[in-house]
Design a protein around this ligand. Sequence first.
Ligand code: S3P
Length: 167
Amino acid sequence: MNKNIVLIGFMGSGKSMIARQLGQRLKVEVVATDRLVEAKEGQAIDEIFKSKGEAYFRNLERDIIKDVSLRRGIVIDCGGGVVCVKENLQNLKTNGIVFYLQATPEVIYQRIKHESHRPLLKVSDPLGHIKELYQQRLPLYNQADYVIDANDASIEGPVVEIMRHLG
Ligand code: S3P
């Protein structure tokens, strides 16, 4: 496989689990942009948000995306907000096929409401905030090469569908 498989979508859409499965089945390396950012900065994502702010995080993420987009034949599990910086999707598409894992705000909320490490959910109305971000990002996510339904709790469907698109 020469192209990268790029997974984008909101937090809680199943990107990491689906990326891991694809990596195992296709026997290719999986990289997560969030983990690369953390390794580069020596700090967890929520710490970076807290101490340096979202704009600082987005700059780090943009640089990581630029580097990782140069690679070939890997699965790239992207942070949910990669689409917020326009050049990211362009870079990811250079060597990659981009899959948007689509899940509704309600499904996302049910999946992540008990998690405490998500900086963007530390607000008084998390579901409302998810809906707002979702609306803002939807046109950007839809610039993916393929939209994959990821509302079901099982990851088997999305994994099989992505592999079918890869041929
Ligand atoms: C973010 C999603 C997170 C992480 C950061 C910001 C977002 O990644 O990059 O907390 O803006 O949606 P996951 O989608 O992997 O949780």
